[in-house]
Design a protein around this ligand. Structure first.
Ligand code: C2R
Length: 141
C-alpha cells in the first residue's frame, strides 16, 4: 500500500492513516509528492505495483485523481482542511469525471481511509477479515 500526501504539511493526516495501518499490521510506504509541483514523481509512484493508494491532499487536491489516471488499482482520496474547511478538496476528490473513480472519505478522515483500504485487502485475507470483525466488536462494546 502507498500512503502519499501532497505536502509535508499534510503529515498530521498521514499519521491518522498509518496509526490504523500499524494497528492492523499492514505494510506500507509513505511518500510526499505533489501532482502540481512534481508531476513526474507522482506518475512514477502511481505506476508502481501497490495494491491500494491512499492519497492525501488539501486545496485543489488533484493528487488522488492524477494517481487514478495512471492506475486501475483503488485510489482512496483524503481531503485535508487546509482552506475553506476542506470543502474545496472534498469536492475536487469526489467530483471525478466518469470512468476514472476515486473513493473519497470525509474531510481529514485518515482513519476511515485506512479502514476502507484494509476492508479491500481483507476480501482476500481471512485473518485480516477476523481483525476487522474484532475491531467492530470492540467499537460496539
Ligand atoms: N493538493 C495538493 C497537491 C496536489 O494535488 O498535487 N499538491 C499540494 N497540494 C496541497 O497543498 C496544500 C498546501 O501545501 P503547502 O503547505 O506545501 O503549501 C497541502 O494540503 C497539499 O496537499
Amino acid at each position: 500500500m502507498l500512503v502519499v500526501m501532497g505536502s509535508k504539511s499534510d503529515s498530521h493526516i498521514a499519521e491518522k492513516v498509518t496509526k490504523v495501518l500499524d494497528e492492523f499490521g499492514i505494510e506500507y510506504d509513505v511518500e510526499v509528492a505533489s501532482a502540481h509541483r512534481n508531476p513526474k514523481k507522482v506518475e512514477e509512484l502511481a505506476k508502481k505495483d501497490y495494491d491500494v493508494f491512499i492519497a492525501i491532499a488539501g486545496l485543489s487536491a488533484a493528487l488522488p485523481g492524477v494517481i487514478a489516471s495512471y492506475t486501475t488499482k483503488t485510489v482512496i482520496g483524503v481531503p485535508v482542511s487546509a482552506k475553506l474547511g476542506g470543502l474545496d478538496a472534498l469536492l475536487s476528490i469526489a467530483q471525478m469525471p466518469p470512468g476514472v473513480p476515486v473513493a473519497a472519505v470525509g474531510i481529514d478522515n485518515g482513519k476511515n481511509a485506512a479502514l476502507l483500504a484494509i476492508q479491500i485487502l481483507a476480501l482476500k485475507d481471512e485473518s485480516l477479515r477476523k481483525k476487522l470483525e474484532e475491531y467492530r466488536e470492540r467499537m460496539r462494546s
